[in-house]
Design a protein. Structure first.
Length: 204
């Protein structure tokens, strides 16, 4: 007598979550900034109270143990307040009804990778609270994270005005000097001739 095995129905595929970009940024930033404050103060009570009921199963002491490595490494997540996240996994609704998203903040010098899941809370389930937080800081290796410094510009040389040639005195002064020298030579020659004549007379 044969038996018929019960065929299990395949799990439904994830579907896109109905949330805009501003809503995504608010959820991601609020969760990571709450974690950043908890790491810096060592008090994880507020972080625990902000989570969904499944997250609140962890005590504050247990959360301190989970994120002890980030406190030891002085991981700073405050940059997520001014940097927009880059999503590698768009918000989607999983088979268990949880909303899941993943991405990173391209900050310098550490890139913050995150993965978050949110559970619907409230009477109508219209609000979401994080159910799990996964943060992995890594050194940024992308060129866009660490842009090269600007190249130094060569110093600008001032434009010098054209130099003017020095003014030369007219050549008439040289001609006058030549005329004076000629007269002097003539006078000397006349004196020499006169002296020669006197010597000749004395010899006679």
């Amino acid at each position: 007598m044969g038996s018929v095995a019960n065929a299990q129905a395949p799990a439904p595929a994830p579907k896109q979550a109905q949330i805009d970009r501003n809503g995504v940024i608010i959820l991601v930033r609020s969760a990571l900034l709450a974690l950043d404050q908890a790491n810096k103060t060592g008090n994880y009570t507020v972080l625990r109270d902000l989570g969904a009921p499944a997250f609140q199963v962890n005590t504050a002491a247990r959360l301190a143990e989970i994120f002890a490595a980030q406190r030891r490494d002085n991981v700073d997540l405050s940059g997520v307040a001014v940097i927009d996240p880059q999503l590698s996994l768009l918000p989607q609704i999983e088979a268990n009804g949880m909303m899941r998203m993943a991405g990173f903040f391209p900050s310098v010098p550490t890139q913050v990778n995150f993965e978050l899941t949110y559970a619907p809370v409230g009477v109508s389930g219209g609000c979401s609270a994080f159910r799990s937080i996964s943060v992995l800081p890594r050194p940024c290796r992308r060129r866009s994270c660490n842009p090269p410094p600007p190249r130094p510009q060569p110093p600008r040389t001032a434009v010098q005005p054209p130099r003017r040639k020095p003014h030369r005195a007219p050549q008439a002064t040289h001609a006058g000097a030549r005329s004076i020298n000629t007269k002097t030579l003539r006078r000397r020659a006349a004196v020499f001739n006169l002296a020669s004549q006197v010597v000749n007379v004395q010899n006679q």
